[in-house]
Design a protein around this ligand. Structure first.
Ligand code: GUN
Length: 288
């Protein structure tokens, strides 16, 4: 069994990105900048945002975190986004999800200018990806693709994606279809998930349920990417992060598997920084 190590892969991709950012500054006097908007005090979101900020600074991207009150009105949040849409010194805008329930997330993601939409969640960017004409590719799907592409060939392979969320499952199904995989997207209402998985070459688990994928769903040639980030409380009160796959048992039965933590998580952050770099160049018509 091989471990598809997202930490090692992201370290090497971040190094390459850091070099490219250095050259962009030297040759074009541009230092890309990212603004992350965090509404409220959700502890998981705060942790993600801190991790993003830390990595951004490490590779050489300017990162600003805007913390807004939980009770902010939708109109006010829309006008904050408009301000950053208009600011010429800002290359990427990310609004951390989930948002408080009184705010319509669709309205918010569609407000972000598609030229600064580092998450790729604006409906126009999702539509372009679905059509095979991508502008920005959402970070977690892109990270999954890099991991798979590093490890295997996708052309003609049967890939089952478990989970149809707008931020992972659906965009990943478009991306892998564009890359010539044969994609099955299963979800909570699907019948025969176990059979579909056991006949797949590749399984991507993005359902948000700990230990959901069991060892009798896989075979000796399965390649597994685990997108899940679930927090489990141990008997002694400590917290443990686990994925969607019953890792200890499944890892003994398959060809390759990505761990949690150290799998998709660091790749998602790499892709956010990569998207910021790519959009900074695109907005200024720098083509190399
Ligand atoms: N919340 C969980 N994942 C994501 C992500 O990729 N982007 C944003 N903006 N929020 C998230």
């Amino acid at each position: 069994m091989k471990i598809i190590n997202g930490k090692i892969l992201s370290d090497s991709l971040n190094k390459k990105l850091s070099k490219n950012l250095f050259l962009l500054k030297k040759e074009n006097s541009i230092s890309p900048s990212l603004v992350v908007i965090l509404v409220g005090n959700n502890s998981a979101s705060s942790l993600y945002v801190r991790n993003k900020e830390k990595k951004a600074l490490e590779v050489g991207i300017k990162s600003y975190v805007v913390r807004l009150d939980e009770k902010i009105k939708e109109e006010e949040l829309l006008s904050v986004i408009q301000e950053y849409n208009e600011r010429s010194d800002i290359d990427g805008i990310l609004v951390q999800l989930p948002l408080p329930l009184h705010i319509n997330s669709d309205k918010i993601t569609d407000k972000i200018n598609i030229e600064k939409d580092v998450d790729g969640f604006n409906s126009k960017n999702i539509g372009l990806l679905a059509l095979g004409r991508p502008n920005v590719i959402p970070c977690t799907p892109l990270g999954c693709y890099f991991m798979l592409d590093h490890f295997t060939t996708l052309k003609g392979k049967n890939v089952t994606i478990i989970g149809r969320s707008n931020i992972v499952g659906k965009p990943l199904s478009y991306l892998l279809t564009n890359k010539n995989a044969t994609v099955t997207l299963v979800h909570s209402k699907s019948l025969n998930i176990k059979k579909i998985c056991s006949e797949s070459d590749i399984i991507v688990a993005a359902i948000g349920k700990p230990n959901f994928i069991k060892k009798n769903w896989v075979n000796k040639n399965s390649i597994i990417i685990d997108v899940g980030i679930n927090v489990l409380k141990e008997k002694d009160g400590t917290k443990k992060i686990v994925g969607d796959v019953d890792y200890l048992k499944v890892s003994k039965e398959v060809k390759a598997i990505s761990p949690v933590p150290g799998g998709v998580g660091p790749m998602t952050i790499h892709c956010l920084l990569l998207n910021t770099y790519l959009l900074a160049k695109k907005r200024r018509n720098i083509l190399h």
